[in-house]
Structure formats: C-alpha cells, structure tokens
Design a protein around this ligand. Structure first.
Ligand SMILES: [Zn+2]
Length: 70
C-alpha cells in the first residue's frame, strides 16, 4: 500500500504517486498524511467555485482548472 498521497495546492487535486508529477510541478504539491476532513474537502470545493486567479471573471473550475485538466 502506498503512503505517498500528495495534493496540488493550486487546485486541491490529490495525486497517488508524486513520481508521476513532472519535476517542475512538484513544488506545488504537499504531502497528504491522512484523509481530508469534511471541512478541508469543502474548502477545496469553495476554491473551485471562487473567481479565477487569472482575472478572467469566471470561476476557477470553468477557467484555468479546465485548462489544467485538459
Ligand atoms: Zn483562469
């Protein structure tokens, strides 16, 4: 069983294996030692529906989050 969960602090995405993340992206990841609490999950959702940091006026989920996921 792997214990290497990491979270992308930009989008709250959980990655099972940090080794699959490109090295230049790893600085955005933090280790996850345990399951997220309900509050932390809620915070992640809030981030998705907050105005995007790029200033487009769209919510993050429908702006740069999509680009990042594509
Ligand atoms: Zn954006």
């Amino acid at each position: 069983m792997k214990g290497n969960l990491s979270m992308d602090t930009r989008i709250g995405k959980i990655t099972n294996d940090i080794n699959e993340v490109p090295p230049k992206e790893r600085k955005f990841y933090v280790p996850v030692q345990r399951d997220m609490s309900a509050k932390e999950k809620a915070d992640t959702q809030i981030r998705l529906y907050s105005p995007c940091a790029c200033g487009s006026g769209k919510t993050f989920k429908f702006c740069c989050y999509r680009k990042a996921a594509a």
